[in-house]
Ligand binder design. Structure first.
Ligand SMILES: [Zn+2]
Length: 239
């Protein structure tokens, strides 16, 4: 686009015609271009400044080009999709999750276990990717938006993974057996810890091996919910 600009202003058709040896037939295309620029850039049609990525690509054969593009995409580019996941949890749990904590939770989802299936389950919980009846109904109106498991309540992700009556015993027993009896914790379990893996409020009470044990136990608990996603039964914990 910048090839059509000179000193920050859109060139006239006459100037473009001389510069690029265009025929008069291209005048209609020029009018289309003006229409597009006015719509996307506003009436002044001011050429926007280049982003870091665009500037880098303009350099052509810059040394280590792929590495530089990779770094820009991973570090500097905004990641609106990931922020949405964090904001969804903030809204669901009425809490604030600072970007540093969210970054740590995402990192934990990759390091709690070497089992890739458990890692994927944790990722799916963090980003709420499992399809709830509520989501399904958006695609097909005749599908009920009520929870698969209890069939009574609206099936938000939080309901399907935490507050459903048919999961109450599961999370109660998990808290009683793993957190209270085995780890000696006195705090009640909460969705921040169990669903997101945020152990900030209990870290000080646990040794390194206990933290690892809790993280792996939570991976297994989340996996139990995921593999019975469409079940209408209570989820038991075998003792
Ligand atoms: Zn339910």
């Amino acid at each position: 686009m910048e090839d059509c600009y000179e000193n920050g202003s859109l060139m006239s058709f006459e100037d473009l015609r001389k510069k690029y040896d265009l025929s008069n037939r291209n005048f209609f295309c020029y009018l289309q271009l003006i229409s597009f620029l006015k719509t996307s850039l506003g009436p002044t049609m001011t050429l926007p400044t280049l982003s870091d990525l665009e500037r880098l690509l303009h350099e052509g054969n810059a040394p280590r080009l792929i590495s530089k593009v990779y770094c820009l995409l991973m570090n500097d580019a905004p990641k609106p999709g990931l922020h949405k996941s964090r904001e969804r949890w903030e809204s669901d749990l009425s809490i604030t999750i600072c970007p540093e904590l969210w970054s740590e939770l995402c990192h934990k989802s990759l390091t709690a276990t070497i089992n890739s299936r458990y890692r994927l389950t944790h990722y799916n919980f963090l980003h709420q990717t499992y399809i709830t009846p509520q989501k399904l109904q958006k695609y097909k109106l005749e599908i009920s938006s009520l929870c698969f498991r209890c069939g009574i309540d609206e099936s938000s992700f939080l309901h399907c993974t935490w507050s459903c009556t048919k999961l109450k015993t599961f999370w109660h027993d998990f808290s009683d057996i793993i957190m209270t009896k085995l780890l000696g914790l006195q705090l009640p379990s909460c969705p921040q810890t169990c669903l997101l893996g945020d152990s900030t409020r209990i870290d000080a009470q646990l040794r390194k091996t206990q933290k690892k044990f809790l993280a792996v136990s939570l991976c297994i608990a989340r996996k139990c919910i995921a593999i019975t996603w469409k079940s209408d039964s209570h989820l038991p914990i075998a003792t």
